[in-house]
Design a protein around this ligand. Sequence first.
Ligand code: ASP
Length: 917
Amino acid sequence: MRGGGVSVGVGVVVMVVVLAALLPTARPLPDVITIGGLFDEGDEEQKSAFRYAVDHVNRENILGRTKFNTYIEMIPPYDSFLASKKVCQLVGSGVAAIFGPQSGQTSAHVQSICDALEIPHIETRWDYRLRRDDYSVNLYPHPSSLSKAYLDLVRLFEWTSFCILYEDNDGLVRLQELLKTPSPHEFKVSIRQLPQGNNYRELLKEVRSSGEQNIILDCHTEKVGAVLKQAQQIDMMSSYHNYIITSMDLHLIEMEDFKYSGSNITGLRLIDPAREEVVALVETWTEGRVMATNRLSDGDPVLEQRDLSFWTTETALMYDAVKLFVLAMQALDNSTTVTISKLRCEGEEAWVHGNSLINYMKLVRLVGYTGLIQFDSDGFRTDFTMDIIQLGPNNLTKVGTWSRKTGTNYTRTQKETMKDVIQGLHNKTLIVSFAFNDPYIMLKESAAQLTGNERYEGFCIDLLNHIAGILKFKYTLVPVPGNDYGSRNKTTNKWNGMLQELIEKRAEMAITDLTINYEREEAVDFTMPFMNLGISILFKKPQKMAPSLFSFLSPLSLEVWMYMITAYLGVSILLYILARFTPYEWQNPHPCDPEPDTLENQFTILNCLWFAIGSLLQQGSELLPQAVSTRIVAGMWWFFTLIMISSYTANLAAFLTVERMESPIENAEDLANQDKIKYGSLATGTTFAFFRDSSLPTYVRMWNFMKDAKPSVFVKSNKDGVKKVQESKGKYAYLMESTSIEYIIERHCDLTQIGGLLDSKSYGIALRNRSPYTSAISSAILALQETSSIELLKRKWWSDRKGGKRCLTNKEEAGGSSMASELNLSNVGGVFVVLMGGMGLALVVAIGEFLLECWDISRDDQIPLMGVLSNELRFIFKCRGSSKPVRKKASESEVASTGNNIYGSDVYNYSSKNTFT
Ligand code: ASP
């Protein structure tokens, strides 16, 4: 849209609350209405803007045939006398309103004359006063709203401290909300005034040495570039530095040099250059400006420059002010007959319409080039929207909006921020502090003289190379003095080691086996963990046990041995009893004599014991059972001995081939419960802090032991700890992180890990507090984890490099030893059960055999069964003698009449079945 076709309408929304449009006007407006303009000498921009804005509304014919004429006077910025004179000249010629000037001193005079003559005074300048005169409106946002916006920005960025660099007292008014500090603990504020002249370096150096990285810069737009340039010269424009610049005209500053500095430069603006109306206006303005100043000819480069680079906020406000005035005039015209009077400064007379016109102005709502224009009941422009802009590789970009009602609305996504951070990292060289610890970072062994980063190698170096490859940054490795990881001194509250390097800004990153813990996390930033671990105990490998004299007993547990002895005695006794019960074990002692007088039982108690032990030792005996019952006993016992002896033999082989290890401690509890073996940890690290801060009774006891130990049990490095364990010959245990233990025991076969993990934690890369790179590096670590690159690196440095897997065979041996364990009842209990079952069966069979025999006798001899039973049982339970007289039939027995036999009155005759073998 160009020339006359341009609609300056700007999508104007006019909402005149009292619109008396229907009222007929008695007399039309004068054909020409003059508007006065007072501008500071040299302020051509404002003058042109005013003139061009008036031209524009004339072309738009908002008031029909009535046109506006400008009466412009230029005055020196500080000459109030001349300003008053000029105002009088203007009002004397009959003006409907006076615009300007921009200078605060002259403006006050103009305002007081306008007040007296009731002529509307329209301003577009920064004015800190909290009260305004009746006949004045100012389109510049009210200081209270602006300072609220800056407070909201500080809260958005979660600054906990910042430094205000201000040029003059206006700045302090602009930032009053920040100085009032709503909550005294919300943030720490320091305030410094920029010195006169052009050299701000000393002041900036002071800010730098105070460690402050968040700066609010309040100075004239022309000075901003110089301050930033000098800040850059003294290294205060790094990625860690954040600036909020209060100038609303950041687009006027040459920012090319700071675009890639990485520092976060934020500002607010009223004009959104992307809005269609603004684009159109800028285009026509370029031409109109040319016409108005009549200084440029076609083809002049300025004509081609259709951007905002010469458009101040005040210029845009001037446009909106003219528009506002015209709309109010229209409303006034609709409500009354407007006449313009020529007034005298010295006279009593005032303009009759001045009051109505200013009231209409305060009622109008319009969307101008500087956003929504409306006034609160006090006539202040408090409700408006501003863009939050940030400097990035693509220059100033809008990252959100602010309005009094909704506060900040930050529309920048995490991804976009990250993209900028990554871009900012490209080709940057970061200082990386590190502590030596195998295999994380070690000195490279090489015949050639190495320099720079080449001197170091290890897991962390490879990891860093991967990350640097992804994010395309460079780094310089700097070993930390003293090789300390970093712990806080509880009394001085000071950190040491790598953490100190980060806090004191000597390094940007710290890497090694650096554990993430709460205390450290409060002082610095940590990336996502790259390895998980826990504290464990490094100790001398258990000593080989000297073979014991009675090691042959080891294959079976004591319990099993006891059960076996019981089984042996039980089976022997049972065999003895059953043999006496069963008639088939009473044999003819002289087989050649078909009619013996006595029968013999081979299973005396001694023979039973002998038979059982003979079987148990797999040697046998001459004794062989004859009856089914005793054979069942023997069979079951042989089965039992077969299983037991085979198990014993097998386990004995394992016991004899494996050397048994013996360790005096099995876990942390064992360590805590003794004082012969000393134990300690690294002197400055999280292991040390873990015991110091733990409240678990075992660890508290361990901590008390360690801290009181003389000489100290703490060591300077893990290497020293390992050496101490090796040299102490089992008198020192080192509390160390499990991943490092893993590495050590693969190489030092005399060492081992004792027990499990005492805690669970992770290693991460530390960065300065609130470092912009934390998320980017975390993402790179996640990406490496997903592709298993970190796992591969671990394998490379733990197993494949520098003597890894050396102790694997030893380990396997050690694993073998644990397999040779004694057999206990749970392993062989079943065999005992089978044996007991067999014995029960044998008992039943023996009783059967016994009853059958008694039944036979009772039937053959016609003796009552009970009598036979009692006689037989009496004989059996006498348990005396292993011979028994042969039973004769009562008729055959003479002895029977005498009743003189061992059974008493009864005489028995044993059938032939007793005599066969
Ligand atoms: N990795 C530990 C640290 O970061 C060192 C240790 O305490 O073993 O402090």
